[in-house]
Design a protein around this ligand. Structure first.
Ligand SMILES: [Zn+2]
Length: 111
């Protein structure tokens, strides 16, 4: 499971599910480029911007994996990771405290 997060500086307003187009979907995720392109295109014409993405760790923990760190650009985007009933949020940065690439974010659900 994976998809895009749309929102503002520090809030997620909407999620957009995507196909996982990675060659091995059990070990990696890759957002469908068409989904990504459509979201960026929509944002240019006033829709809510893309601020990050989410994916699940079906057999792992809700924490960035070394593979996630390899794949993450230090672009300040938000990574939401789902494992079982747990959801955690991270920001991809140049020198993170987790796997060298992520800083933890606190997650608050608001109505
Ligand atoms: Zn992951």
């Amino acid at each position: 499971m994976c998809g895009l997060l749309l929102g503002g500086e520090s809030h997620i307003a909407q999620v957009v599910p995507s196909r996982n187009v990675a060659s091995d979907t059990r070990r990696r995720f890759e957002i469908d480029p068409l989904t990504l392109l459509a979201a960026h295109r929509a944002a240019r014409t006033g829709a809510t911007p893309v601020i990050g993405h989410y994916h699940s760790h079906p057999a792992g923990i809700a924490r960035p994996s070394p593979r996630d760190a390899e794949d993450a650009a230090p672009d300040g985007s938000i990574w939401l990771i789902v494992a079982g009933m747990e959801v955690t949020a991270w920001r991809a940065v140049e020198a993170g405290t987790v796997e060298g690439r992520f800083t933890p974010l606190s997650l608050h659900v608001v109505d």
